[in-house]
Design a protein around this ligand. Structure first.
Ligand SMILES: [Zn+2]
Length: 166
């Protein structure tokens, strides 16, 4: 995928949706939508639907997710629709999918814990839900984990925990 990666994830795939967003993909996640409703939305917005619903396995514009395991799910999506997550990590809000905006440090002074403010230089902010993002270490850890996951023997490695703030 050279253009912006766009997905619509079904209600079973909330964790996968959050991780894809952290990597910069545009992921609609509507747990209130049934399968066919979501597929309609996906098609109308040019998204690939990610689903665990085997009835949609052969549908056009659908990637049927084979595994129940989150690591395998992420690997399957990134294999089928590779995109440059290095360039995109932390460009989207993992909670609501809105594009993040960089904000000056002073703006978030009262919105993040003092030790974070003291130790971080760069912050981003979600204009929709107000969540503040920071933490270069966290960002690097996510990239490292995904890179490890995509290596041939990745099954032997641990992806670690989901991001703590999720
Ligand atoms: Zn948000």
């Amino acid at each position: 995928m050279t253009e912006e990666p766009k997905f619509a994830a079904d209600r079973m795939l909330g964790r996968l949706a959050r991780w894809l967003r952290l990597l910069g993909a545009d992921v609609a996640w509507r747990p209130d939508f049934g399968g066919h409703e979501l597929l309609r939305l996906a098609r109308s917005e040019g998204r690939v639907m990610l689903t665990r619903d085997s009835r949609l396995r052969t549908a056009r514009d659908v990637l049927f997710i084979e595994s129940n395991f989150f690591r395998e799910q992420l690997r399957q999506v990134l294999t089928a629709y590779p995109f440059d997550f290095h360039a995109r990590t932390f460009s989207r809000c993992s909670r609501c999918n809105s594009p993040l905006r960089a904000v000056p440090r002073s703006v978030v002074a009262h919105r993040v814990p003092p030790f974070v403010y003291a130790s971080q230089e760069r912050f981003s902010w979600c204009p929709t839900c107000g969540r503040v993002y920071w933490d270069a270490t966290h960002l690097r850890r996510i990239r490292d984990e995904v890179e490890r996951l995509m290596r041939p023997l990745a099954g032997q490695c641990s992806l670690g925990q989901a991001p703590a703030r999720n």
